[in-house]
Design a protein around this ligand. Structure first.
Ligand code: CP3
Length: 335
């Protein structure tokens, strides 16, 4: 029998919505902070025993229906020749960003070898995680990865990358396809290593105009997602009003940010399964408030093809009791 999460991602009616959270294994959990006192972020994701322990922390707290491997979208940077680290208070920093339009055709050798720590993590988790819980793998999308590779640091407007599009469209295309090539192989590798569901995070791609999105990015999303034989989910923020572009990616399910009303998402997407979309800041409210807002989302989504999640990642200061209220609301639901 497939897990609840897999069934919902395929659009089936489920007796209650499956639930998990983006960034569920991060800094809001006290044990995570203790582990991070001993290991840098990169040490933690590159040491399968440690990454496994962190992946399982939310299981001990909340028993969600999906466990997302503890890793990062930026792992594919290294095989493409970029070095990076996470700087406290700044975020990801790429030490040798793209030097210019001539430096966009990036190749890689063997993803399975270079990212063997991710394969090892998934194989371990596949043994540990029970049959009722889905193991979720993921990768970044080309635009989001390229934003870090070009800006070298978090960029709120993604202007460095958007300037490349304006001045050197062919170099922009080349860079995005370099990322698409590696991500496609990387996701297949995750399936072979035990992932039950995959999420593609092209979080920042909503910064593109709709025409550019359609011309440059959509074909790459289609190429990446085509042929993967586990259910796939696509997440891009700021796509309200043009969610159909996400459906055209071929992903089985579309993950919604919190600015989209669930009813309107259903109208834009027809029968396409959806994931989401509680505002993560609502988890700073009282548990009763969390329960009420969560019920509204479940009601509006209906019994078919809905995975309950937040509209983006869990914030680092989020109180555990509110997350419990969120997860419990799904687990006690009966359609
Ligand atoms: O439950 C989980 O934690 C799942 C694993 C996961 C992480 N990052 C762990 C992480 C996933 C799925 C991601 C995705 C990710 N990483 C995205 C796409 C989704 C999104 O949230 O927008 C992006 C853009 C990144 C790049 C990245 N890596 C950012 C923005 C940060 C946070 C930087 C900061 O200082 O806040 C990271 C580091 C990172 N990835 C942390 C975690 C738990 C924090 C590391 C730490 O300080 O301990």
């Amino acid at each position: 029998m497939d897990t609840l999460l897999v069934r919902a991602a395929r659009g089936e009616r489920t007796e209650r919505p499956p639930v998990w959270m983006m960034r569920q294994a991060g800094r809001h959990i006290p044990e995570y902070r203790q582990i991070r006192d001993e290991y840098t972020f990169l040490e933690a994701i590159k040491t399968p025993e440690v990454a496994e322990e962190i992946t399982l922390l939310p299981w001990e707290y909340y028993r969600p229906d999906g466990l997302v491997m503890f890793s990062d979208i930026l792992t594919v940077l290294e095989p493409l020749g970029f070095s990076y680290h996470i700087e406290s208070g700044v975020g990801p920093v790429v030490e040798n960003p793209v030097e210019g339009p001539a430096d966009t055709d990036r190749t890689f050798e063997d993803v399975r070898e270079e990212l063997d720590y991710v394969g090892e993590l998934l194989r371990r988790l596949d043994e540990t995680v029970g049959d009722e819980t889905a193991l979720i793998g993921f990768a970044g999308g080309p635009f989001t990865l390229a934003s870090y590779a070009v800006a070298g640091q978090p960029s709120r407007t993604h202007l460095p990358l958007r300037k490349l599009r304006a001045r050197h469209p062919e170099a922009f295309r080349t860079l995005l396809s370099s990322f698409a090539d590696i991500v496609r192989e990387y996701l297949q590798f995750q399936v072979d290593s035990g992932a039950d569901v995959l999420q593609l995070f092209d979080t920042y791609a909503g910064a593109l105009t709709t025409a550019d999105y359609r011309e440059f990015l959509l074909p790459l999303h289609q190429e990446i997602l085509d042929g993967l034989d586990v259910p796939t989910i696509v997440f891009v923020r700021r796509m309200n009003g043009r969610l159909a572009l996400l459906a055209e990616s071929g992903a089985d399910a579309v993950s919604l940010d919190w600015t989209v009303e669930m009813g309107s998402a259903r109208e834009q997407l027809g029968e396409r399964p959806v994931q989401g979309n509680l505002d993560p800041s609502y988890l700073f409210g009282e548990p009763d408030f969390v329960r009420e807002r969560t019920r509204e989302i479940i009601e509006a989504a209906g019994p078919e093809g809905h995975i309950l999640n937040l509209g983006h990642g869990v914030d680092k200061e989020t109180p555990v009791e509110s997350v419990e209220a969120f997860v419990e609301t799904a687990k006690q639901w009966e359609w």
